[in-house]
Every structure is written in structure tokens, then in C-alpha cells.
Write a protein that binds this ligand. Structure first.
Ligand SMILES: [Zn+2]
Ligand SMILES: [Zn+2]
Length: 295
């Protein structure tokens, strides 16, 4: 299968609404690796819908510990374990990821212990290695290089953009961040920049609907980027494609793809994708490479 990015969950924030998209998670298949970036609610269903056998779970990266990025990390690994996972999984995340995993296993110890005895499963606690990372190189193995940049997402300090490089391919995830100019150098020359985005005209209606008005508005404006900001970063970075993701608002019937496109076109005229749950983006360099091999 060609290398690809799949937007599993494309909305920003943890709340679910009828008929709406799901919180943040992405699948990156690159150089034979199966990589999950963030584990918001719905990640397990999203992976299965994308055709991924959960036993293939390999590398998981968590950009920060907001619930819309980590809530389903434990349930994903546990479900993979019940599906027959028997090979090691590495979870890389910010400080606190190890404690989350430890406490998840404690919360589930009745079920875990009984399945080991009753069903002869390996101990899930031995299958998972948690690596807590800071800025800089996160992973370098088998031709895959992953690096992290601390971004601007107050009041969370340990929040990291991630850059994945494998062969000729490079995909960068902004994570959650306010407009953050250093991200442009970090994303320099990437094939795909997956950048979070919010739409100004939807914020007031979202704030009114959610019901904690001023504080929510304050958080959004201080901690997230407008679509035009994402375009600025993509432009400065010279990426080949911008994918707008972690959309806020994501389920406002008065806002559609055309509104997102109009907002980002003020600052970006290159290739553009507006994420939705299950959307697949091919990595063009990989496709070219496959073509060369068969030629
Ligand atoms: Zn988020
Ligand atoms: Zn966040």
C-alpha cells in the first residue's frame, strides 16, 4: 500500500455533537511503519475503518495531554491487545504520558489480570514502552526520523509539533498552537503540513452554544490559530500541501468547506486539503518512487 496520511478525527476539542466529526487522531503509514499521531476519542474505530488490523499497532505519538488528543490512548492499546497484539508498542509523548499509562493499567487491572490468566494473553504492561520526550530528536531508527518543536498552546507548556521524515517523504503536524512563526522553519520543505485551524466567524456561535462564554473565547484566541495563520506558516515553510485539521468549529451547519478554503486562500495558494474524518491524503513522493520501481 502506498504511503498515506489518514485524518481519523478532524475536529478540535473533546465535545461530540450528533452527526459531527470526532476529536483529534491521525494515521501515518510511511516507510512500512504504522504510526498513530494523537489518540482522541474515536481513534480505535478510525483505525479499523481505515483498514488497519490493530495487531499492527507500532508507534504512537501524543503531542500533548489535552483530552481531545489522549483520551483514547489506553483504550486503543487495550483493544489492540484483545485483538491479539503481541508485539511491542512504543508510545512517545510529553511528560505525564507514562503516568497516564500506568494509571490506565491500574484502572483496568481486574480485566487485564483476568485475561492473562483466563485467556493466556501476554501482560499488556510488558508490551508497551513509554518514552517521554522534549524538544529535539524523538526517534531515529530504520530510516525514520521524528523530531519535536515546542509550540505555543497556553496554559499547556508541554505541547509539541512533530516532524516525520522517511526517505524522500516528510510530514509535519503542528499540534495545537497559536500562530507560531518558528513552526515555519521546523516545517521547511515538508510534503504535507497538517496544521490546526479555527474560523473567526464560527467562534462566537460556538461560544454561545457551549455555554461558558468569555473563558472559552479567551482560551481559543490565546491558544489556537486562525486558518489564515496556518496559511502563513505553510507559505513561509514552502510545503507542498497544507492540510487544515483540528477544525474549530467543526460541526456548525452554517460553516462548510468553502468557508475554510476562502479563509486560507488569503495567505496560501498552494495545494490544500480541508480535513474530514476518514480522509486519505497520498504521499506523492512515495507514489512516484513506487512508479519508478515498477518502470
Ligand atoms: Zn486539541
Ligand atoms: Zn490542546
Amino acid at each position: 500500500m502506498s504511503d498515506r496520511l489518514v485524518c481519523l478525527g478532524s475536529k478540535g476539542g473533546p465535545a461530540l455533537r450528533p452527526g459531527g466529526p470526532w476529536p483529534s487522531s491521525s494515521l501515518l503509514e510511511i516507510g512500512g511503519r504504522t504510526i498513530v499521531v494523537d489518540c482522541g476519542l474515536g481513534v480505535t474505530r478510525g483505525l479499523v475503518d481505515a483498514g488497519i488490523g490493530l495487531k499492527a499497532l507500532d508507534l504512537i505519538f501524543i503531542t500533548h495531554l489535552h483530552s481531545d488528543h489522549v483520551l483514547e490512548l489506553g483504550p486503543l492499546i487495550h483493544t489492540a491487545w484483545t485483538a491479539g497484539l503481541a508485539t511491542p508498542v512504543t508510545v512517545s509523548g510529553p511528560t505525564g504520558t507514562g503516568l497516564y499509562w500506568q494509571r490506565f493499567c491500574q484502572a483496568m487491572d481486574f480485566d487485564i489480570d483476568i485475561r492473562i490468566v483466563d485467556e493466556g494473553r501476554p501482560d499488556i504492561r510488558d508490551l508497551v514502552a513509554v518514552v517521554e520526550f522534549g524538544e529535539g530528536l524523538v526517534l531515529g531508527e530504520g530510516g525514520l526520523k521524528v523530531s519535536a518543536l515546542q509550540v505555543d498552546h497556553p496554559p499547556v507548556t508541554d505541547c509539541f509539533a512533530l516532524r516525520f521524515e522517511c526517505g524522500a517523504n516528510c510530514v509535519v503536524f503542528s499540534s495545537d498552537t497559536a500562530f507560531f512563526p518558528p513552526l515555519a522553519a521546523f516545517a521547511g520543505g515538508a510534503d504535507i503540513l497538517v496544521h490546526e485551524a479555527m474560523l473567526e466567524e464560527g467562534i462566537e456561535r460556538l461560544v454561545a452554544r457551549t455555554g461558558n462564554g468569555a473563558r472559552l473565547r479567551e482560551h481559543l484566541l490565546a491558544s489556537h490559530s486562525f486558518a489564515a495563520d496556518a496559511g502563513r506558516i505553510a507559505n513561509e515553510a514552502g510545503v507542498k500541501r497544507l492540510v487544515l485539521n483540528h477544525l474549530i468549529p467543526a460541526d456548525d451547519p452554517e460553516i462548510g468547506e468553502a468557508d475554510w478554503i476562502a479563509a486560507v486562500r488569503k495567505t496560501w495558494d498552494g495545494d490544500l486539503t480541508i480535513a474530514r474524518d476518514g480522509l486519505v491524503v497520498g504521499l506523492s513522493c512515495a507514489e512516484a518512487a513506487v512508479g519508478e520501481e515498477t518502470a
